[in-house]
Design a protein around this ligand. Structure first.
Ligand code: PXL
Length: 289
């Protein structure tokens, strides 16, 4: 049997660990694993909850652990097919992440940076423009970036606009983000027409733009960006075509949102992704059959 199994791709996932309120590592670890990719974790901070919608969260900074973990892995000679990062607790962590990427990256490593710092026209708690500056430096090192509309605006110094978004506005954002050099720019939370929301992605290698849209649901679904980016990053790490990765990841997010809405799970608790995993795994298996 083992000689029939393909190589297991390996990803370094560098995110905070928020114990309650699914996002960051509590989303990346299960979803990357379910996608058939080994997920090696570097927790950047330990929080009781994430910072969106909860009060009085605890916060333990793990900045001092980031580079030593990467140095140990580097010394072991472990090869990473991908490096995937998200929310950063401080600007200083941006510098540490840059160093970590240098330590873990090989010529064929895919670097995915999700500049998770803002939504709905506002920065997350305790973050400001200095975080956008920090992510501007980081996305120069990335092959793939997955900002939402707010983050795309903050990274490019563009005034934030609420939905519906004109195609020209989204194209302009993608053009400006492409100047930072990433091969793939995938902007999430785009609504080109009332009642629909989704992702517009451009492959700067081919110049092809792909759009995937789903029905909107009322309200905001915390953690949906992390669910999308985790599935998308893992599928691309496995070698999926951009269009396939986009559709599969977005369908998965839509199924998670549906379950969250039907259960009426408090939105800040994150997406009910657990029950959508079996179907997602079947679709992943089908794609790589
Ligand atoms: O998913 C974004 C995110 C990740 N981690 C922490 C957060 C947030 C958004 O609020 O607070 C700690």
């Amino acid at each position: 049997m083992t000689d029939r199994l393909p190589k297991l791709p390996r990803m370094a996932a560098i995110h905070d660990l928020s114990g309650l309120g699914k996002c960051s590592l509590t989303v990346a670890l299960p979803i990357v694993s379910a996608s058939g990719v080994e997920c090696c974790c570097i927790p950047t901070a330990l929080l009781s909850t994430h910072t969106g919608g909860f009060d009085d969260w605890t916060f333990t900074d793990l900045s001092d652990a980031i580079v030593p973990i990467a140095e140990h892995w580097n010394k072991l000679g472990v090869h990473f097919d991908a490096i995937y990062s998200g929310y950063l607790a401080s600007e200083a962590q941006g510098k540490l992440l840059e160093h970590t990427i240098e330590l873990l990256r090989s010529d064929d490593t895919l670097v995915i940076v999700d500049p998770a710092m803002a939504d709905n026209g506002r920065y997350y708690a305790n973050l400001d423009d200095s975080m956008a500056e920090c992510f501007c430096r980081l996305i120069e090192k990335a092959d793939i970036i997955t900002p939402n509309i707010t983050e795309a605006c903050f990274l490019t110094g563009t005034e934030y606009r609420t939905a519906p978004h004109s195609a020209a506005f989204v194209t302009e954002l993608i053009d400006r983000l492409s100047e930072f050099g990433p091969k793939v720019v995938a902007v999430t939370g785009v609504s080109l027409e009332k009642g629909k929301v989704g992702i517009v992605a451009r492959d700067n290698g081919t110049g092809k733009t792909s759009i995937v849209m789903n029905e909107t649901r009322d309200g905001m679904f915390h953690g949906s960006g992390d669910v999308f980016a985790s599935a998308f990053a893992a599928l691309l790490t496995r070698g999926a075509a951009l269009e396939d990765a986009l559709h599969l990841a977005e369908d998965f997010v839509a199924a998670c949102i549906e379950r969250t809405a039907v259960r009426d799970t408090p939105r800040h608790y994150g997406l009910d992704f657990e029950g959508a995993l079996p179907e997602y795994i079947r679709s992943v298996d089908e794609l790589f059959k």
